[in-house]
Write a protein that binds this ligand. Sequence first.
Ligand code: GLA
Length: 684
Amino acid sequence: MGIDVAGSTFGIHTETTSYVFGVTGEGLLRHLHWGGRIELCDVIVEPLWELSTNDLIQDVTPQEYPGHGRFRYNEHCLAIMFSDGGRELDLRYAGHDLGAALVVHLRDDRGVRVDLHYEVLESIDVIRRWVVVYADVPVSVQAVASAQFHIPYRDLDLRNVAGRWGAEFQEIVQPVTSKVVLESRRGISNHHHNPYAVLSRQATETSGQVWGMALAFSGNTKTVVEQTQYGQTLVQLGINDADLAIALNAGDSFTAPAVVATYTPHGFDALSQNLHDYGRSLMEPTPRPVLYNSWEATNFAVTCDAQIALAHRAAQIGAELFVVDDGWFGRRNPEPTGGITDGLGDWWVDPAKFPDGLTPLIDEVHQLGMTFGIWVEPEMVNPGSDLYAAHPDWIYHEQGREPDTARGQYVLNLTLAPVQEFITQMLDDLLAENVIGYVKWDANRPMSQVGAGRDVWYRHVQALYDIVREVKGRHPGVLFEACASGGGRIDFGALSVFDDFWTSDNTDALDRLDIHRGYSLVYPPQAMRAWVTDVPNFLSQRSIALTFRFHSAMTGSLGIGCDLTAMSDEDLRASAKHVQQYEQLRPLMQRWHRLENPSSNDYRLIQYSSPAGAVLFVFLPASRLGHTSTTVRLRGLEPTARYRFELDWQTHVARGDYLMNRGVRVWLQGDYASTVIRFDRMDD
Ligand code: GLA
C-alpha cells in the first residue's frame, strides 16, 4: 500500500516518489517532502521558528491546507464567512482515517470541518487530492481551493499555455520570482490558459526535476504560483474565488474538484507519461474511430443529399465515423435567410433540409459501414428560437438589464432544474429516436450576467457533468466529444465525462504541431482530435501539402474535415492510403514522447512507443538556408529488443539501446516535408 502513517507523520508513496507531511505542535499540517522516494522512519522534522515579528508561524509553516485568518498572509485555501460576518478560521488537525485513501481531518471550533483526501496511483506516480468542507453552522464559503503544494526550491520555471480562439495551447515558460496567477473567469473553460501548473528546475525533455499539478474542473479556475519568502515555491489550484460564494446550511458539505499531482526527476517526457497515464485511466480504452466531420465542408448549409454525398466519399477514404456538424436543426440556415442568431434550443430536425428526418442519412451512413455522429450545443439558446420565446427566464441574466448575446446566443441557466430536465430529455429523445454513436457537445460563448447567485459558476459545471453522465448512462456506448469553440473545454474534469476533445478550430497543419505540443504536455493524445482540412486553410490561408496535413493530424486521433465532394480522385486515393496507414500504425501509438532534437531546430519530432514498437513523425516546415539532416534519438524502447524499420529506402534492424542512445539520421528537404517511420519490435 502506498500510504503509511508514523505517529503524526503521513507518507504517500509511489514506486519512486514520496509526498510527506506531518502535524506541528500548533496543530497545523506541515508539508515535509515531495520528491524522490524516502521512508517515514528517516524523516527528521526540523523545528520551524517565527523568523521575526513579521514572519509568524502560520506563514512560515508550509501548510497543506491553510485557512484564512490569524497570521496567514500567503495564499490560503479556505475562506469562510460565518453568519455574524466573522471570517476568522483556525483550522487544526483533528485526526485521520486510513482506508483506500488517507483522510486527514481539520477542524475549526466555530463549526467548520475539512477533510483532506489523498489517494495514490502508485504505478503511474500520481497522487489525487480533494477536499470536503463540512458546515456544522450556516456559513458562506468565499474561497475553496482544492489543494496547496510546496516545492522546496526557489527560482523554478513555470510552464503553462497561453492563447485564444484559434491559437490555443501555445506553451509558455516563465521564471517564478514572485506571484503568478493563471485563471479562468468565463464559466466555461477557456482558450487562454489551462488549469495546471508544471514547475521545473533546470529540466529538459529527458532530465531534471519536474512537478506537475492539474485541476479536474471545467469552469472558473485559479492557479496561484508563489515564490515564498521562506525558500519555497507554493502552488495552489482550485475553483476561482472571483465572484464566488457558496452557501452551506448546518449539516451541508461541499466537495471541491480533485487535483492530480506527479513528480519526476526525469524531465518533461516522464511528466507527460505520468499525466497521460492518468488521463487514459479516465478514458474508454478502445481507440477513437477515424472521424469525418462536415463543418468546414458545408458550414450551416447542411442538406440530407449533400451529407449523403460526403458520407460516400468519407467511407471511400476509410472513415469509421461520420459526424454532421452544426446546421441540421431548427431554423439554423446559412445567411441571408438565417444564421447564427436562430436555431439553438430548437432541436427538431429541419424538415426543409431533411424532409424524411435524419433516418435516410443515418441508414446510408450505416450501410457504408460507419458510425453516425451529430453536433449539439445544448447549453445555448438563440433569441430567435421557439425555446427562448417560451422560456425567456431560462437564460442567465441580470434583472432589469438587457442580456448580452455573443455569437448571437445566450447561455441557459443550467442550475435550474427545468433546464437540466429539458437538455437531458432532448438528448435522450435524440439518441432514442436515432441510431447515434457519437455526440459533439459544443459551447461557443463564455458565461456572463449570471445574476444574483455567486455559486452558479460552480453549479453550472456540475450540472453539465451530471447531464452528460445521465445521458451516457441511458445510452451506454455513445461517445461524447467536448468542444467549446475549439479547445475551450479541455481539462481532467471534462475528460472524466467526455471521451474526445476538439483541440482547436485552427486546422492549419503547421499551427497544429504547436497546439499539439502544448496540449500534450498534460493531456493524452488519444483524446486529441485533429482533422485534415482543405487548403488554403480558412484561418492561415496557407496551402500545405496533403501528406504533411495527414501526418500532422495522425499525431492525434485522426479526423477529416475536407469537402470530399470537391477533392480530386488523386487526393482521394492518397487520403485513403493515409487513413489505411494510420489504422495500421494506431496500435503502436500508445505513449507519446517529447524528444530532444540535438542537431537541428528546423525539424519537429513526435514519437509514440508501445510494447510492440514505435512510430516516429518527422516534419520539416521549411528548408532554410544551411539546412541539413537531424539525428533522432528515440524514447520508450526496450534496450535489448531488436526493431525493424525502413530508412532511406532500406530495411534495418537495430537494438533499442542503439536507437535510443545513438539514434537515426533523418533528412528531409523542401517545404512542408514530412515522413513517418515505423519501428516493429521483432520476436526474441
Ligand atoms: C464551433 C466549433 C466548430 C463547429 C462550429 C459550428 O466553432 O469549434 O468545430 O462545430 O462551432 O458552429
